[in-house]
Ligand binder design. Structure first.
Ligand code: SF4
Length: 478
């Protein structure tokens, strides 16, 4: 009998898709940090308001969202063909395409490519894919320094920290903390540096300019790749990406396979959706596009690494695959009441917030991120905000079912649910249960938690008081 092998998920021991602790444990710590909560509230409220303003200007926003969702769904349906088309066009334009099944292979490919140039330092454009695979650590292990050039990523790197937001990785830091990090870690910084944002940006610019001009290899991610011409696109706000993509002799781009779009007409839709939903701008300040190599202009060697790392497993799940539509705008983070309070580190993965709660468990397999689908109130704000209409609440419920089914042993919750189902199937037993609940109220358990092993449920909730009269009693007495 033929057997089918399930698609492979992202490997363990490499990259940043798994935290060391569960979401509730990590979130409890961040909830106790008032400074973090103030920073998060200020940043998410500001971005939300800015984004809402520019979205309101766009009369066909809903049609754009529908088009974005449809293009991505169509792309995912014919992903293998589009990727082969992309490979052919990139190769035809003088680039080299590498296929990486997982983080280990992608890190090895990039490390070998950098080694072959003889460089011991690379400059980087902010890239979720390279964070996902832990590329900086892999390069460091090979004696190669990776310098992040996005300001927020640089703050995170110098602070020996982890990003906590897709778009604003240092959202958890305020300017006083950033000044401290610069004074401590940035080579050649003026000791009289103040925490004025202009002064902080100028210090970073001085440091980065020197690095741009003296580093021959750059590593980037990609926001989109157009299959019909083999064109790669990176959008950013600071101009650091433009420097990385044009100044070095060698450019290596690591891109998740889901980033391909069929045509330029499709790209147009996303270039309208992304800036309004993410930074609250009408268009991205810098949109860099390149197709292979052009003699005498820009990098003369271009490598494209196409990364799977669990994406085929996500694609194989009919409900789950919509998570691959994500264009990493971070709108779902900025509207999420759980993210706003718990912050990005609590998710343990490079992908925080609502999209992280559904993407990370799918990339790793539910066993390794089983608490993440519960990191939500299912309020649906993420679905309303998503520019490509990913139904995140539907995915959360789908993954919760997977998490329950993957548990090897019955839990207190599953035993309690089985007992409840048994009782509710038997009217007499159910009525006796209701009487017992009322007796416990009279006996004074009111206001206290449930006894073990059910006390976990009431650890952060009040035990509701049983009503003086049940519905059935009220109905019978009418
Ligand atoms: S899930 Fe939607 S809202 Fe969230 S980051 Fe992705 S595209 Fe943006």
């Amino acid at each position: 009998m033929p057997t089918t092998t399930p698609p492979v998920t992202a490997p363990t021991g490499v990259g940043h898709l798994r935290g060391d602790e569960s979401f509730p444990t990590a979130a409890r710590r961040s909830l106790a940090d008032p400074q973090l909560r103030r920073n998060l509230r200020h940043a998410t409220t500001t971005i939300r308001a800015k984004s809402a303003g520019v979205i309101a200007e766009q009369s066909d926003w809903e049609q754009l969202r529908t088009a974005g969702a449809a293009i991505k769904a169509d792309t995912l349906r014919r992903l293998p063909d589009l990727l082969e088309q992309l490979e052919e066009k990139v190769t035809g334009a003088g680039g080299v395409v590498h296929w990486a099944a997982d983080a280990v292979e992608a890190n090895r490919v990039v490390t070998d490519l950098v080694r072959a140039t003889g460089a011991d330092r690379v400059i980087k454009v902010k890239s979720m894919a390279t964070q996902e695979i832990g590329l900086n650590e892999a390069l460091e292990a090979a004696g190669i320094t990776a310098v992040e050039t996005d300001l927020a990523e640089l703050i995170v790197q110098l602070g020996d920290d982890r990003p906590s937001h897709i778009l604003v990785p240092a959202i958890h830091r305020n300017r006083a903390e950033i000044r401290e990090i610069f004074l401590r870690e940035m080579p050649g910084v003026d000791p009289a540096l103040t925490d004025d944002p202009t002064a902080l940006a100028a210090a970073a610019r001085r440091f980065l300019r020197e690095t741009f001009l003296s580093t021959p290899v750059a590593v980037s991610g990609a926001n989109f790749a157009v299959a019909e011409t083999g064109t790669l696109a990176v959008v950013e706000s600071e101009g650091n990406g433009r420097m990385c993509l044009t100044l070095p002799e060698t450019l290596i781009t690591v891109m998740g396979v889901e980033k391909v779009v069929p045509t330029w007409r499709d790209l147009e839709v996303f270039l309208q959706l992304l800036p309004r939903a993410s930074t609250g701008e009408r268009m991205n300040p810098y949109t860099s596009m390149w197709t292979g190599v052009t003699p005498g202009d820009g990098p003369q060697t271009f490598h494209l690494v196409l990364l799977d790392n669990g994406r085929s497993a996500v694609l194989a799940d009919e409900v789950g695959r919509q998570a691959l539509r994500c264009i990493r705008c971070s709108a779902c983070l900025n509207v999420c009441p759980v993210y706003e309070r718990a912050g990005g580190h609590a998710y343990g993965s490079v992908y925080p917030g609502p999209i992280g709660a559904v993407l990370s468990p799918q990339l790793t397999g539910i066993e390794d991120n089983a608490s993440l689908p519960y990191a939500s109130t299912l309020c649906g704000a993420c679905y309303d905000a998503c520019p490509v209409k990913i139904n995140i609440p539907e995915l959360l419920v789908h993954l919760r079912a997977e998490a329950v089914e993957s548990r090897p042993r019955p839990t207190a919750e599953s035993i309690a649910m089985a007992a409840a189902a048994y009782t509710m199937d038997r009217p007499r037993l159910y009525a006796a249960g209701q009487r017992a609940a009322r007796l416990s109220r009279l006996a004074g358990r009111r206001g206290r938690g449930l006894p073990p092993p059910l006390n976990g449920w009431t650890a952060s909730r009040d035990l509701p008081e049983p009503p003086a009269q049940t519905f059935r009693e009220w109905w019978a007495g009418r």
